[in-house]
Ligand binder design. Structure first.
Ligand code: SF4
Length: 262
């Protein structure tokens, strides 16, 4: 990719807004052609993807597009990573599916749900962070994590949404509709509030989701001491062996999301 012709192919590929948006979406995660179309529009999508492929910036296998090593290096060297999708470029979302209602192990009277919002918001999710008083975008998992009372909502750039501690399906739909309204209002206005200070994670909140047996397998005196060390980043969740058991799977997932705030 060093010759004059190749350089021209790359600069031509990156000269177009839609193609730059596609590249930035793929920087967050691999996506199907369908999902890319939902995020950037179907107009000339095959053509844009072909231009990016010809420039060696992306590859498409089994209908899923991903950045090539060259494409990733190119974006990083150009600092394109900061050119995320702006909120004004995002399209209004719809709740298209509430996929599963599983018992929530943290509280068996509550449910855990998996839903989907379309089109996927990709990197624009980061711009939505200030809309939620207890919201935090995690680069690591490519998701916006929102705490609303005891409910923890994880909205992924792919459009998938998981929620824990839900009363019933009506409760889930109510939360999803409210989320949709907040997001679509911001998209319509094209602005979000200024970024706010980081949310503090309280060790007591973390403690509530640990097994609570004080078995000391982690080397700490109690689950609460372990929670303090987790919040300060000195230890990881893997140190609590009981937590890795199947029966604590939902708690573990909830804790992972909670600790992504840190
Ligand atoms: S290993 Fe887990 S359950 Fe046991 S004391 Fe440590 S945090 Fe609590």
């Amino acid at each position: 990719m060093a010759g004059h012709a190749e350089v021209k192919l790359v600069s031509n590929a990156m000269a177009n807004t839609t193609r730059r948006k596609i590249m930035n979406l793929l920087l967050e995660m691999d996506l199907s052609k369908e999902d890319i179309g939902k995020a950037v529009g179907q107009s000339m999508l095959d053509y844009h993807l072909q231009i990016l492929q010809q420039a060696g910036l992306i590859k498409i296998e089994n209908n899923v597009a991903s950045l090539t090593d060259f494409g990733r290096n190119f974006l990083e060297s150009k600092g394109e990573k900061s050119e995320r999708i702006e909120i004004r470029d995002a399209r209004p979302v719809e709740v298209v599916e509430v996929k599963q209602l599983l018992p929530c192990i943290a509280d068996t009277t509550k449910f855990r749900i998996i839903a989907r919002m379309d089109p996927p918001l990709g990197g624009a999710l980061k711009a939505l962070e200030p809309l939620f008083p207890r919201g935090r975008y995690s680069e690591r998992i490519g998701a916006l994590i929102i705490q609303k009372g005891t409910v923890l909502i994880t909205l992924y750039g792919t459009g998938n949404v998981t929620m824990t501690m839900i009363r019933d399906e009506a409760h889930a739909r109510e939360i999803l509709e409210e989320l949709k309204r907040t997001i679509n209002d911001a998209i319509e206005k094209g602005v979000t509030p200024a970024p706010k200070e980081k949310v503090r994670v309280d060790p007591m909140e973390v403690y509530r989701y640990l097994p609570g047996t004080n078995c000391r397998e982690c080397g700490e005196q109690s689950c609460y001491s372990f929670a303090i060390r987790l919040v300060s980043g000195e230890v990881g969740l893997e140190k609590c062996k009981p937590l890795q058991e199947d029966k604590y799977a939902t708690r573990l997932e909830h804790l992972r999301s909670l600790l992504a705030y840190l």
